[in-house]
Ligand binder design. Structure first.
Ligand code: PMT
Length: 222
């Protein structure tokens, strides 16, 4: 069995996409399958943690030993995160949260017409930034999905969102990232960085959880 690196620690992890309704039958979303976040939840549970997994709409079984809460929209994910964050030691934001939602969700199905359809979007709350700014913020780990300038953009998010750690993936790499069983991560924290993979999401999750445990222990023992 793996070492119990997170014994007695409480983790909250978000995973999957969010789904933003346009009308009663349509929505906008993205290609996140939830596999990376579910693998992390499973790895954290194997490392002895008490895990709550907040999942957007995905087709995956609940990892053994994890408490799972299903949500759809970014706003619902934020509400669920804030309801469950209080006793947590570590928060990992793996979800691909929609940055925007429709400014109006139509009550009835939007009718087809002969002209263009224009939709207006408003910004969604940033769940990760909200958690990192809490007065008693847990050890906070973000993800960054980048298609260019990976290190620069990821380090920018680490600083701007006041994170303890960020795991960046290059989403232009074929066969890695969204909806695949494999990924590669560039992990950054204030005093260091590490490349993980390419490897299966299961292997990466074990490696990232070990890194999180080390940096969490460094931070809390100081
Ligand atoms: O689910 P899979 O198919 O396995 O794919 C895994 C993945 C590619 C989705 C995953 O590895 C990943 O990169 N997740 C983050 C995707 C993302 O939305 O990245 P971002 O750079 O747009 O967001 C940065 C961070 O802020 C993320 O931790 C995100 O969870 C968080 N965020 C973003 C917007 C928002 N409104 N609220 C947030 O909390």
């Amino acid at each position: 069995p793996p070492p119990l690196l997170l014994k007695n620690k409480k983790l909250l992890i978000t995973a999957g996409p969010t789904r933003e309704a346009l009308d009663p039958v349509r929505y906008i979303s993205n290609h996140s399958s939830g596999k990376m976040g579910f693998a992390l939840a499973q790895a954290a549970a194997r490392a002895g943690a008490e895990v709550t997994l907040i999942a957007g709409p995905v087709n995956l079984p609940t990892p053994a030993g994890c408490r799972r809460l299903d949500v759809e929209s970014a706003q619902q994910m934020l509400d669920s995160v804030l309801e469950n964050i209080a006793p947590c030691d570590i928060f990992i934001a793996t979800a691909a949260v929609a940055d925007y939602r429709a400014s109006i969700i139509a009550d009835n199905k939007i009718k087809k017409s002969d002209t263009e359809l224009t939709l207006t979007f408003v910004k969604n709350p940033d769940i990760l930034k909200t958690v990192a700014s809490l007065e008693s913020a847990p050890f906070t780990v973000g993800f960054a999905a980048e298609s260019q300038n990976l290190a620069e953009y990821a380090k920018g998010k680490l600083v701007n969102k006041k994170l303890d750690m960020i795991a960046a993936n290059d989403i232009t790499q074929p066969g890695l990232g969204f909806n695949s069983d494999h990924n590669a991560l560039q992990v950054f924290w204030n005093s260091g960085e590490r490349s993980l993979g390419p490897a299966t999401k299961t292997e990466l999750a074990d490696a990232l959880i070990a890194l999180v445990a080390t940096q969490y222990n460094n931070k809390t023992s100081n």
